[in-house]
Design a protein around this ligand. Structure first.
Ligand SMILES: Cc1cc2nc3c(=O)[nH]c(=O)nc-3n(C[C@H](O)[C@H](O)[C@H](O)COP(=O)(O)OP(=O)(O)OC[C@H]3O[C@@H](n4cnc5c(N)ncnc54)[C@H](O)[C@@H]3O)c2cc1C
Length: 365
């Protein structure tokens, strides 16, 4: 059994943000991840203006990562389409690129990075595949993946699934997608499309299990049927999408917020609050939680205080995003959203701003 204080489980955005902040306050956190080689987590690849600002506070400049700058939002539903400016510039960046830069920043700041898969977590002890890790301050940041002993509840019978295609750069897609984030709404879900570094396209779909079933049950059939239904989507998918692998993630507990924890266990990122992905704000919440938890730890306020306070802070953005997601996944709601975007674009921009988390500033170095 190894004793490590503080111990961070998961080196995604939440875990890395916590590692950077803890290291800046003079601690030498251990950041533990199951993957030695940084993968490309399933994600929409959209980084909001708030996320860009938070990353800047951590010393990461998105302009230097090759991220694709985004200034317009396009909404599509059936034969309708609206384009409106985002309140502030945002970015498209793959998770491979983001996680690589965040891990490097954490190590530069003084965190140690090791690899093990945590199989079970109980108060004060993380049972890994290679050994047990004991700590008085555990930061749980395993994101979309639950660890036995600390699983999030799944109450929704018709849960949401995430699907993602990464398509190579090509001139036609670049012409269609440059500077924009697109949301193609359909009954039971939406497709989000954005260009990332190097011009590749991230095509990410969040859909109810029942909607996937009604489209034949397989991701490929769903993409093919949606392409038939939505000509603009077909144009963006082009001819090469069938050659790409579809990544999937099941049972995403959209809307869940953790309100209680145990002494010494700080829950971060998707293990603290799961904002519907339509808002493109999950990474911002992940970073905000990493900062808030480490501020609370430094001030010796304890994990329980942090968790309640963060739940309060996350309630508005998660609630608004949930409302937006429920509206957008119905025909009437989607039509209404496009009509509103056309007649009152300022209101949509305000809504997009309200659905961002008020992030605490990291403690000074
Ligand atoms: C379909 C979909 C689209 C999305 N699109 C966007 C978007 O465009 N913009 C946005 O801001 N957010 C988006 N999100 C949300 C965003 O992906 C998450 O909120 C964010 O990744 C949470 O970060 P995290 O650090 O908590 O967890 P993660 O990013 O999931 O990272 C968790 C880390 O923990 C590691 N890990 C997992 N299990 C273990 C274990 N047992 N032991 C050790 N290590 C482990 C993993 O390897 C990983 O490195 C989307 C979500 C979905 C489902």
């Amino acid at each position: 059994m190894r004793i490590e204080n503080p111990l961070i489980l998961g080196a995604g955005p939440a875990g890395c943000a916590a590692a950077i902040c803890l290291a800046r306050t003079g601690e030498t956190p251990l950041l533990l991840d199951r993957d030695e080689h940084v993968g490309d987590q399933l994600c929409g690849g959209f980084l909001s203006w708030r996320t860009a600002q938070q990353l800047g506070d951590l010393g990461i400049d998105l302009e230097q990562t090759g991220a694709h700058r985004v200034s317009q939002l396009r909404l599509f539903h059936e034969d309708r389409y609206v384009e409106l400016p985002l309140p502030h510039p945002a970015y498209g960046l793959s998770r491979h690129a983001l996680d690589t830069v965040m891990r490097a920043k954490a190590v530069d700041a003084g965190a140690r990075l090791k690899f093990d898969t945590v199989r079970r977590l109980e108060p004060g002890v993380a049972h890994g595949q290679t050994q047990d890790w004991r700590s008085d301050a555990i930061f749980l940041a395993t994101g979309k993946h639950d660890v036995r002993g600390q699983s999030r509840p799944r109450d929704d019978k018709d849960t949401a699934l995430g699907l993602r295609l990464r398509l190579p750069a090509n001139a036609q897609r670049t012409g269609l997608l440059e500077n924009a984030i697109e949301l193609h709404l359909f009954d039971g879900g939406y497709v989000g499309i954005v260009l990332q570094e190097g011009g590749s396209a991230n095509i990410c779909l969040a859909v109810r299990k029942s909607a996937l079933a009604s489209h034949g049950g397989s991701p490929e059939t769903l993409f093919a049927e949606l392409a038939e239904l939505i000509p603009a989507l077909a144009e963006r998918l082009g001819d090469d999408w069938r050659d790409a692998r579809t990544d999937t993630i099941g049972a995403v507990p959209y809307g869940w917020i953790c309100r209680k924890t145990q002494p010494g266990l700080y829950r971060l990122g998707d293990q603290a609050a799961v904002i519907p992905s339509l808002a493109g704000e999950g990474i911002s919440i992940a970073i905000a939680s990493g900062v808030a938890a480490t501020n609370a730890h430094a001030a010796e306020q304890g994990a329980e205080h942090y968790q309640q306070e963060f739940a309060r802070r996350a309630a508005r953005p998660v609630g608004l995003a949930r409302m937006g997601w429920h509206l957008a996944e119905t025909r009437l709601g989607a039509r209404g959203a496009l009509a509103l975007a056309r007649i009152a674009p300022g209101l949509i921009a305000r809504f997009a701003d309200w659905a961002r988390i008020q992030a605490p500033p990291p403690l000074a170095r």
